[in-house]
Design a protein around this ligand. Structure first.
Ligand SMILES: O=C(O)CCC(=O)C(=O)O
Length: 275
């Protein structure tokens, strides 16, 4: 399928999977950085992060092996037209769903922009499968066409988008309930594939009933005029940004969105990198 057809499919059903997009050497190089970090990583602090899920944020700061997962040309050719022509990285995380994890609460990713639904998505997510994603190990689950829902429509019997953050102990809420009468698609895909979906689409990480972990690398992109979730100006050292290719710098926010959004004291933000 070409980029234009994929964009139309995403506008229609809310998501699309491109199988086997990332070559093995890049997957291996990235895991070479992430695996030792996950070996000592704590699990989540609430039901949303996942009591048996490890997360690492602000990934671009961990070096060049991570960057191909953020500035992939094919993915950006699909995502930018969905976001008014240009985008920033709004969140840059990896989620390692461990055996025994419950399904996450269903949620949307752009719900904190307080503009009534239904409306265009203000963000688009791309989940890279760093392991094979299966129904057993916690592959992402999506509700097709739910990006068209209004504010009053929720998957039946589940927590609201932000309630899962308040659940601080396992088993204290039914956010992981599987709604009845709702068609759920499980994004099973081989390692190296990428799931692209609108930030307005209801989705969640699945539960893991297998005996292995499921690692997903999850860049989210927002329109270039929207506020980013993560503050990369503070979390990614300037020296690291200075070594990045220009497109990575721009994606992190070192760019001007015309006519002058993002300037730094009247100058282009990249000019601050060597000062
Ligand atoms: O890891 C996944 O499959 C999805 C995670 C997710 O949707 C999130 O944390 O916002």
């Amino acid at each position: 399928m070409n980029h234009a057809d994929i964009i139309e499919t995403i506008k229609d059903q809310g998501y699309f999977i491109i199988e086997n997009l990332m070559p093995k050497d890049k997957l291996d190089a990235c895991r070479g950085v992430l695996d030792p970090m996950f070996a000592g990583q704590r699990t989540g602090r609430n039901q949303f992060e996942g009591f048996k899920t490890q997360r690492i944020y602000s990934l671009p700061k961990y070096g060049p092996a991570l960057w191909p997962f953020f500035n992939n040309e094919d993915v950006l050719k699909i995502i930018k037209p969905l976001l008014w022509g240009d985008c920033l990285i709004t969140a840059a995380l990896a989620a390692n769903v461990l055996p025994g994890e419950q399904p996450q609460a269903f949620h949307v990713d752009d719900g904190f922009y307080p503009v009534p639904r239904p409306r265009a998505a203000f963000s688009v997510g791309a989940i890279w499968a760093m392991d094979d994603f299966t129904a057993e190990n916690g592959a992402t689950q999506l509700i097709p066409y739910s990006h068209l829902w209004g504010d009053d429509q929720h998957p039946e019997g589940v927590l609201g988008t932000f309630d899962a953050f308040q659940v601080k102990e396992p088993g204290k809420a039914d956010g992981w309930a599987t709604p009845e009468n709702t068609r759920i698609v499980t994004a099973e895909m081989p390692r190296g594939s990428v799931l692209i979906f609108l930030g307005s689409l209801w989705h969640r990480a699945g539960g893991n009933v297998s005996d292995g972990a499921r690692l997903g690398l999850f860049p989210q992109y927002c329109a270039a005029w929207a506020r980013q979730q993560e503050n990369f100006f503070l979390s990614v050292p300037k020296e690291t940004v200075a070594k990045m290719p220009e497109d990575m710098q721009a994606l992190l926010g070192y760019q001007i969105h015309p006519p002058f959004m993002g300037h730094a004291g009247g100058i282009h933000p990249t000019k601050t990198l060597n000062s």
